[in-house]
Ligand binder design. Structure first.
Ligand SMILES: Cc1cn([C@H]2C[C@H](O)[C@@H](COP(=O)(O)OP(=O)(O)OP(=O)(O)O)O2)c(=O)[nH]c1=O
Length: 195
């Protein structure tokens, strides 16, 4: 299927892997965006705002070879609506896993595309249920270091899979880039019609 060549405004190795998985030809742009949550901001507004800010930041640094720019953002959200980003310390990672233990939470992934003066945005929401984690399991998982640079402090694609009882939604979305939605947006941008 003929998808356009794009830019990916992301430092996430998972996003590169996922975009490669669906055969999109892309180059990476290095961007920096303030990811702090605004007071009173709800989780879906937050991930959409940050995904779009990343794509816009990418678009803004293009000098030549103007192509669509993809940005994405993923957050883990507790039933209280508290947003868990990437843990800033081991203690915070321990706290995150303690809060996720034995409950169902949501993973919100937004993908944005910026092209000239326009943008396209899509939000994917998944439900993920963790088993009740023992302190031994939490200590063991923290020692692996796997969750360090991941929203909520865990990786569905890694060792944490053994703690996940159920996922409903989009596996790629939980991992960082919802592929179904990404392809839909790319089709809208290029007005491609499947044969
Ligand atoms: C929940 C979960 C998140 N993640 C990752 C995906 C994202 O890389 C990261 C969420 O943080 P983000 O702030 O969305 O992204 P990032 O800072 O890693 O990358 P970017 O440069 O695009 O801003 O967590 C997993 O790899 N597996 C998971 O199961």
């Amino acid at each position: 299927m003929n998808l356009p060549k794009v830019y990916l405004a992301s430092a996430s190795p998972r996003r590169k892997e996922l975009l490669t998985q669906i055969g999109v030809n892309f180059s990476v742009l290095s961007i920096a965006v303030d990811e702090s949550v605004k007071s009173g901001e709800n989780p879906s507004d937050y991930v959409e705002r940050i995904a779009l800010a990343k794509a816009r930041a990418g678009w803004d640094i293009l000098q030549t070879d103007f192509r669509p720019v993809i940005g994405a953002d993923t957050a883990v959200v507790l039933p209280t609506q508290q947003i868990l980003g990437k843990p800033e310390s081991l203690d915070q990672a321990r706290d995150f896993l303690g809060q996720l233990s034995g409950i169902q939470h949501q993973v919100l992934s937004a993908v944005a595309i910026v092209w000239q003066q326009q943008y396209w945005l899509s939000l994917q929401i998944s439900d993920v249920r963790f088993k009740t984690l023992t302190n031994t399991e939490i200590d063991w998982y923290l020692a692996t270091g796997e969750g360090k640079d991941k929203a909520g402090g865990y990786a569905v694609q890694g060792l944490a899979a053994m703690f996940i009882e159920n996922i409903s939604g989009s596996y790629s979305g939980v991992m960082g880039l919802p592929l179904f939605e990404t392809r839909q947006l790319l089709q809208q941008v290029t007005n491609l019609n499947e044969q």
